[in-house]
Design a protein around this ligand. Structure first.
Ligand SMILES: Cc1cc2nc3c(=O)[nH]c(=O)nc-3n(C[C@H](O)[C@H](O)[C@H](O)COP(=O)(O)O)c2cc1C
Length: 170
């Protein structure tokens, strides 16, 4: 079993591809991947370190797998957990809702006592509003825009993975 559980939801495969990129860079022996369509609280409980990934859909809504799991998510044990979030979205097409899902899940995690890591600069993005924008120049997690800036994805993931390695202490 790896040290980190990565839990993602993806409707059209983009978040899944980024999840696999993150796993590859951190090591398959370090990260175990779960699609949230098929996950239980026991899977989360196995790990103290979580990476949570999701796309945002339909004007700020959680991607369907995370939407279905949201009630159960709120009941998870967050105390003692360290969590890094990453989100996929479209900063121009959905400029008022860019990666809102990260903000929705991240807020619950903070309120329930988790430690969040993996904050990411908002520089280089042109969204108008985002629930994931903490207002201090950072998003609550890595922001990936495959619709408009796919050429930056690999570089962003690589940099973020180095950052969370340090913050997770692995
Ligand atoms: C109908 C539709 C609604 C969307 N709504 C949002 C949104 O509210 N906020 C956002 O940041 N991105 C939004 N997106 C962009 C998706 O999040 C983006 O394409 C993402 O890469 C999809 O990831 P997935 O393949 O993992 O589902 C929307 C895309 C579509 C087609």
């Amino acid at each position: 079993m790896g040290k980190i559980g990565l839990f993602y939801g993806s409707d059209t495969g983009c978040t899944e591809a980024v999840a696999e990129m993150i796993q590859e860079q951190l090591g398959e022996d370090v990260v175990d991947i779960y699609d949230v369509y098929d996950v239980s609280a026991e899977d989360f409980n196995k790990y103290d370190k979580w990476i949570i990934g999701l796309a945002t859909w339909h004007d700020g809504q959680l991607v369907s797998a995370w939407d279905d799991y949201f009630d159960d998510y709120q009941e998870l044990e967050f105390q003692g957990k360290t969590i890094a979030f990453f989100g996929l979205g479209d900063q121009y097409g959905y400029s008022n809702y860019f990666i809102d899902g990260v903000g929705t899940l991240g807020k619950v995690a903070i309120e329930k006592g988790a430690k969040l890591i993996g904050f990411w600069p908002t520089d280089g993005y042109e969204h108008d509003e985002s629930k994931a924008d903490m207002g201090d120049g950072n998003f609550m997690g890595l922001a990936i825009d495959e619709d408009n800036q796919d050429e930056l994805t690999e570089e962003r993931v690589t940099k973020w993975v180095q950052q969370i390695k340090g913050e997770f202490g692995i």
